[in-house]
Design a protein around this ligand. Structure first.
Ligand code: DGT
Ligand code: CA
Ligand code: CA
Ligand code: ZN
Length: 572
């Protein structure tokens, strides 16, 4: 259906006209037409075929001609012209909440501002409050709106988006008539950051679903509300889109809106080579125009001659070829995870006791966990001197006698010092079941130095895993300079595993490097690095990243059973 797009263009034309100082009748007419088209249930093309665009309430001759032009050519010439005539910064100002075209036009006329940056400067210099119908409060609101606009254009970390999405899904689940409620877009693909949250569903009464959605307690602003689609803002800056789609084409639609764009492009050209044109809604046989609908994604993929492809790998990185030849990986799942090999306790900088961490881990059905508190070199994190580590080992032995069907492993997260030496002598490391070695200092070394530093740590026979190998923090800190290709080669040579640190602000290694590690025969350990019992739930983010890296159960150290794990670590 082109209705949504047409409504958007009409509304935009009204805004652009008003920005140009036009007012009254014409502006109102475009908006009324937009509202009307947006809430229609019939396809505009259908209405047009029957010659009745003017029968739509609020659509007169002039606007009907414009809609017709769009349906025939894909654009509206007068809209293009309006757009060209408007300074781009002014159109952009409309995306600041609380700023409508009338105000923007006035600000432009009186203050000469035509970009958001100029407007911000004017507001900071208190030039806005002196204008008619303005005051200190509206000036403050404009500045707040600009702050939110800036944040809104940043990508949202997976660890923020997923809990919000799950809460919204939980509430929508209860709305009568809603079915097939699912995530789509980058969030369904498990990307480390997302632009927005995309949700799809089918419903016997779309209006009720849309109404329930825009009225959710968390919703702070409704950006758009149509008959089958709405966009809202929650938590100040997070955009959530809900689309209610037709039951019989649900499979095709969710495939389309899951993306990625690159994957879709690939799939479309494959479909063409098989004589089909693939659209958002259906698969059409080019030869006879026969339209096929798919209620399930699996059936669409099958019809194109391949297995269903898990969303996490839909990036056009070889997955379509693999699916066509039946060589898709069997991606690791959360339920494959048997334990966590890097967690902290109140012995160093963690919040909870060993007992508390164990009981949470048992609740997840884990078989083992390694307590890897920091070594003494990391004084700010209350790192353990060797004597305290020995003391802790004894306590762990005692705890192990008390718990059943669960093994507590003695571990450490040992500092890799600037010169590549480890923070504990061999005698201490020897006493550990699991040694994670990490860089937490001298981040600014040159690439060669940093690379050699990590490689020398791996050359120690006691180091099992390199923790958060690049040190990056999403949206906060770049990775340190390191030649990962060389690190991974050394990992393969020395039999050292790489961590996928599952903390949502780390996800380090990331998807691409995890896949490269696997190619080189390196094992990965998906660890939460939890500093509290809550932190243990981050495992799912790490598993998503691992799946995006094409990892299978056999590539993941902590998907091994205890005996197999210990033997792999050379402690069996
Ligand atoms: P994001 O939101 O930036 O993290 O990334 P996505 O992938 O969620 O992108 P979004 O929200 O713009 O659109 C959701 C999906 O819809 C996207 O993954 C693929 C599909 N899609 C959107 N626009 C296009 C397009 O122009 N061409 C194609 N082939 N697919 C599109
Ligand atoms: Ca998205
Ligand atoms: Ca979206
Ligand atoms: Zn740690």
């Amino acid at each position: 259906m082109k209705n949504e797009e047409v409504a958007r263009l009409l509304r935009e034309m009204g805004d652009l006209l008003e920005l140009q100082g036009e007012n009254g009748f014409k502006v109102v007419a475009y908006r009324r037409a937009a509202r009307s088209v947006e809430s229609m249930k019939t396809d505009l093309e259908e209405v047009s075929r029957q010659g009745g665009l003017e029968s739509i309430p609020g659509v007169g001759k002039a606007i009907a001609a414009k809609i017709d032009e769009y349906l025939k050519t894909g654009k509206i010439e007068s809209r293009e012209r309006l757009f060209r005539e408007t300074p781009p910064g002014m159109a952009e100002m409309l995306s600041i909440s609380g700023l409508g075209p009338k105000t923007v036009s006035m600000l432009h006329q009186k203050l000469g501002v035509s970009t958001i940056a100029e407007l911000e400067a004017a507001a900071r210099e208190h030039r806005v409050r002196r204008l008619p119908r303005m005051g200190p409060t509206s000036e403050k609101n404009i500045l707040r709106g600009i702050e939110r606009w800036k944040k809104r254009s940043e990508r949202i970390p997976l660890g923020v988006a997923l809990p919000i999405a799950e809460e919204i899904l939980g509430r929508l689940q209860k709305v009568t008539g809603i079915e097939n409620l699912s995530l789509a877009g980058s969030l369904r693909r498990g990307m480390e950051t997302v632009g927005d949250i995309d949700i799809l569903a089918t419903s016997s009464s779309p209006e009720a679903a849309i109404r329930a959605f825009v009225e959710l307690p968390r919703v702070e602003e409704v950006l758009m509300k149509g008959a089958t689609k709405a966009s809202v803002i929650v938590d100040e800056t997070v955009q959530v889109d809900l689309r209610i789609v037709d039951h019989r084409s649900f499979g095709t639609v969710i495939q389309y809106f899951t993306g990625s764009k690159e994957h879709n492009v690939k799939l479309r050209s494959l479909a063409l080579s098989k004589g089909y044109s693939l659209s958002e809604y259906s698969l059409t046989r080019v030869a006879d125009g026969e339209e096929l609908f798919f209620g399930r994604e699996e059936d669409l993929y099958r019809h194109l001659g391949m297995e269903w492809i898990p969303p996490e790998i839909r990036e056009d990185r070889g997955e379509v070829e693999a699916a066509l030849s039946g060589r898709l990986p069997r991606l690791v799942e959360v339920s494959d995870i048997r334990g966590d090999l890097h967690v902290h306790t109140d012995w160093s900088d963690g919040l909870h006791t060993m007992e508390e961490m164990v009981s949470t881990a048992q609740g997840f059905g884990y078989e083992y966990m390694a307590f890897c508190d920091h070594s003494h070199g990391l004084a700010i994190a209350n790192g353990l001197a060797a004597e305290r580590l020995f003391e802790k080992m004894e306590l762990i032995a005692g705890l192990n006698d008390q718990v059943e069907g669960f093994s507590i492993l003695v571990g450490t997260e040992v500092e890799i010092r600037a010169d590549g030496r480890l923070d504990y002598p061999n005698e201490v490391l020897e006493g550990c079941d699991v040694v994670v070695a990490s860089v937490h200092s001298s981040y600014h070394q040159r690439e060669r130095e940093m690379t050699n530093r990590i490689i020398s740590a791996m050359e120690s026979e006691h180091v099992d895993i390199i923790g958060h190998p690049t040190g990056r923090k999403i949206g906060e800190r770049e990775a340190y300079e390191v030649d990962l290709e060389r690190v991974l080669e050394a990992a393969a040579r020395t039999g050292t595993a790489m961590e996928i640190n599952a903390h949502p602000s780390r996800l380090d290694l990331n998807d691409r490097w995890s896949r490269r590690a696997k190619e080189l025969g390196v094992k990965l350990a998906i660890n939460t690095d939890a500093h509290s019992t809550c932190g243990l739930s981050a495992m799912e983010y790490g598993v998503k990243t691992a799946r995006r890296g094409w990892l299978e159960k056999g590539d993941v150290l902590n998907a091994f059973g205890l005996r197999e794990l210990l033997s792999h670590l050379g402690r069996g």
